[in-house]
Design a protein around this ligand. Structure first.
Ligand SMILES: NC(=O)c1ccc[n+]([C@@H]2O[C@H](COP(=O)([O-])OP(=O)(O)OC[C@H]3O[C@@H](n4cnc5c(N)ncnc54)[C@H](OP(=O)(O)O)[C@@H]3O)[C@@H](O)[C@H]2O)c1
Length: 330
């Protein structure tokens, strides 16, 4: 069992310090009066490792990279490991290994990385539970808008029959860029400049990001025990500006839609670029916005929408998880 920690001294070890990590650290600082976390270590792939058990400064000095994530976690001596490394949608690694290493050291884990939830959720959940540790991942699917915490806290006894979502911001930015006369590539570049693309932008437009989100949602909400490879996926890669503008002239648009359904023969999971009416609720959220509708037994269909989320909203989802973990364990 993990030991209880004092709320006033919750120490964090960040694995990964890219867009999300760099948005999280100032948020922690701005809210330090009410939520006094201390970052004791940051570990990256190319930029080295920074450790100070008394608390890193706002502009940490990075030294040589720790020889392994295990060595980093041992040195940081934190209560919570915050896993913010690049998504690998085909395996979920190295993040799964990072999370296991944190659990092995009695650390709670918060991640924004959907790979581990999409590939290894049940095993990680059970491992955390056996060790008396908390495992949170609110930002993995909708950039901090409440999805998993909603289910955990507000909807007892509800059964998820399926879900429908427009969950990939980059594809939407690309489609809207082409609708207004730009190229596919300029749409990807626009999304990249907002910090919302995955490390490899192809993961977004080929549907891998959506497949990983679909698998993650199905694993947590429907106990699907699936992987992104088992989601039938086709992305927006074949769309051209000409085709998108022709669809727009008919009052329609394209969205990369995730669909999950519980059927008598199991759970079906699908990602497709669908042509939908501009008045369809799935087309209602522009720009980087995301939308998910849950289909349930007792509450019918309802949903969560995020309007123009940026990387700060992802960081907020991580922040809210950290606060929840600290409340649970202190
Ligand atoms: N950006 C968003 O809006 C958003 C939204 C929802 C979820 N997410 C998820 O949040 C996670 C982080 O996203 P991001 O945009 O911050 O990614 P990013 O900008 O690409 O940063 C990734 C960070 O991880 C580090 N890293 C990669 N492999 C590592 C390894 N093996 N060991 C240690 N560090 C490693 C990188 O180090 P170097 O800097 O040295 O290369 C970098 O600091 C991803 O899993 C992503 O899917 C992001």
């Amino acid at each position: 069992m993990a030991e209880a920690v004092s709320w006033l001294s919750v120490k964090l070890a960040l694995i990964g310090y890219g867009n999300v990590g760099r948005a999280l650290v100032p948020m922690l600082r701005q809210n330090s009066a009410g939520f006094p976390f201390t970052v004791t270590g940051i570990h990256t792939l190319h930029h080295g490792t920074a450790i100070d058990r008394a608390g890193l400064t706002e502009r940490p000095e990075f030294g040589p990279r720790a020889e392994s994530v295990e060595a980093f976690l041992n040195a940081a001596g934190a209560d919570i490991a915050v896993e913010l490394t690049t998504l690998n949608p085909s395996t979920g690694e190295p993040a799964i290994g990072h999370i296991r290493a944190a659990f092995d050291r009695g650390m709670h884990v918060v991640t924004a990385n959907k790979g581990p939830i999409a590939h290894a959720y049940a095993g990680l959940r059970d491992r955390a539970c056996q060790a008396g540790l908390v495992f949170r991942f609110e930002s993995a699917v909708m950039d901090g808008a409440p999805v998993f915490n909603l289910w955990e806290n507000a909807l007892p006894g509800l059964k998820v029959l399926g879900f429908t979502g427009a969950l990939n911001s980059t594809s939407k930015v690309v489609i809207e860029t082409m609708e207004s006369g730009g190229t596919f590539e300029s749409g990807v570049a626009a999304a990249r400049s907002m910090g919302i693309t995955e490390g490899d932008g192809a993961f977004d437009v080929e549907g891998w990001d959506s497949a990983a989100k679909t698998a993650a949602l199905a694993n947590v909400l429907m106990n699907a025990q699936t992987t992104p490879q088992q989601v039938s996926t086709r992305g927006i890669g074949k769309l051209t500006p000409g085709r998108v503008q022709e669809i727009a002239r008919q009052g329609k648009t394209v969205r990369l839609i995730s669909r999950a359904r519980r059927t008598s023969s199991g759970i079906t999971l699908r990602v497709r670029a669908e042509v939908i009416d501009k008045a369809d609720i799935l087309a209602a959220v522009p720009g980087t916005g995301n939308l998910i509708l849950f289909h349930t037994d007792l509450m019918g269909t309802f949903g969560t929408i995020s309007i123009e989320p940026l990387v700060q909203q992802t960081a907020y989802g991580v922040f809210s998880d950290l606060v929840n973990v600290a409340r649970l364990v202190s």
